[in-house]
Ligand binder design. Structure first.
Ligand code: PLP
Length: 439
């Protein structure tokens, strides 16, 4: 005996009745509005801080780890979550491709490249895996990286070398960090490129010392080498960009990299579990996807017709599968705050707070500051040691003051405080007071 529609609605109460009453067109989520005009400087940073619900009794200087969502992102996630819970399949069908493409457009607008060259991922780590696994390397070709790079780059390269037969060679970025200059660093790295080097794997801002690697100068020198080589032997510059993404006023073209990958859940304060890969035409021509995509409309038609897919693209590199869509779809909303404040103002504010912190730390005899003072060689990460304490002990001591720092997970650990646009000069002073008390 079947139920008729009236009985079904009565049994399931008001919720189903209300959802059923929502016309399908009302379920099309808005793409994020065009960014409002940036305010005239100076930006009201207390207004930026008020977008976050961070516990007010803490000084959170851990922007380099995991984001707290600002209001626009929280609201968007909530809106999508509710709609998905009410009408999962209809909402998915009407919004998925559209909102993922809107996110790619927002990233492209912010970093200055076509949306088609943007892939969406879950994290920096996934980006590194997709890029280094996907590069079409041959036995005998070399990948050059540095001793100072992070676990994620080293491990992704080790796995890629295992599969392809390419060789990984590690060099030191510098002899002495204290005397490094952008020019000496760029000359040192590029000077180590050999005839079989196909990939240069770098990190923009190192999460150990906070050193910002002059990627633009390096890419410029690499271009001169590439001008003398056939296309399939040119050096591809690949960059873990996560600790410069959304705190530096630099676009993808200025960096000059072939691949740039970053998580969006750190300095951008985007939805947790989102990230991007950006690629250049030379990069895409040397790349194959690792995970089947759902985003590229030709993927299924190629499958059905048996056609060979075309060259890799941002859409093709974007892993398919059903996911926590409410987070991915809220990615474009993360740019509202950054575009309201302006990319340059965000970079200036981050540099000012980091400089205030470094100036205070450098004046303390019991502190060794590792991060270069110059803005050319640093971003928002500030790394240091406290005499007589391990990095873990110093971070634990800061927690007693409710100051949230972290330990760099490297062979040589340092304490990291990472001020961001969520922080104020008063909070930096408070952190300095706490470190001073460790003498
Ligand atoms: C340089 C660098 N790359 C990658 C990661 C990992 O980032 P994600 O959590 O987005 O994978 C980290 C960790 O914070 C890092 O310091």
């Amino acid at each position: 005996m079947g139920l008729d529609r009236r009985q079904l609605l009565q049994m399931s109460g008001g919720a189903l009745a209300a959802a059923a009453a929502v016309p399908a067109h009302a379920q099309v989520a808005p793409e994020v509005a065009a960014p409002p005009h940036a305010p005239q400087p100076p930006v009201d940073w207390s207004r930026v801080r008020s977008q976050f619900v961070l516990a007010p009794d803490r000084v959170d200087m851990s922007a380099m780890l995991i984001a707290s969502h600002p209001r626009e992102v929280r609201n968007a996630i909530e809106r999508h979550r509710r709609a998905l819970d009410e009408q999962p399949i209809e909402y998915l069908e009407q919004n998925n491709r559209r909102l993922q493409n809107a996110a790619r457009q927002a990233v492209g607008r912010y970093m200055g490249l076509p949306a088609g060259d943007v892939a969406l991922t879950d994290s920096t780590t996934m980006g590194a895996g997709l890029v280094y696994n996907g590069l079409l390397l041959r036995p005998g070709q070399e990948v050059l990286t540095t001793h100072q790079d992070y676990y994620v780059t080293h491990e992704a390269l080790r796995l890629a070398a295992m599969r392809t037969g390419a060789k990984v060679r590690r060099i030191s970025l510098y002899d002495r960090l204290e005397t490094v200059t952008p020019d000496s660093l760029a000359a040192n790295v590029v000077g180590q490129i050999g005839p079989s080097t196909r990939v240069l794997a770098l990190t923009w801002v190192l999460s150990s010392t906070g050193l910002k690697v002059p990627v633009a100068q390096i890419s410029q020198r690499v271009r001169a080498i590439n001008a003398t080589r056939p296309a399939d032997q040119q050096v591809l510059v690949c960059v873990d960009g996560v600790h410069g993404f959304a705190n530096q006023d630099v676009g993808f073209q200025e960096l000059g990299a072939d691949f740039f990958f970053a998580g969006c859940h750190k300095w951008l304060f985007g939805p947790r579990g989102t990230g991007v890969v950006l690629g250049s035409p030379a990069g895409w021509s040397a790349m194959a996807p690792t995970i089947p995509t759902f985003l590229d409309s030709s993927a299924y038609s190629n499958w059905i017709s048996g056609a060979e897919p075309q060259e890799c693209t941002g859409a093709r590199l974007t892993p398919g599968g059903f996911k926590a869509f409410e987070h991915i779809w809220a990615l474009s909303d993360a740019f509202v705050l950054h575009e309201w404040a302006g990319r340059k103002a965000v970079a200036d504010r981050t540099a000012e707070l980091a400089d205030q912190l470094k100036t205070g730390l450098a004046a303390m005899p019991h502190v060794t500051l590792w991060t270069p003072r110059s803005r050319e060689l640093s971003a928002g990460i500030v790394s240091f040691d406290v005499a007589g304490m391990s990095a873990n002990q110093a971070v634990a001591k800061l927690r007693e003051w409710k100051i949230l720092a972290s330990v760099a997970p490297y062979a040589r650990p340092h304490v990291r405080l990472t001020p961001s646009i969520r922080n104020s000069p008063q909070e930096v002073d408070f952190a300095l007071q706490a470190v001073r008390a460790m003498a």
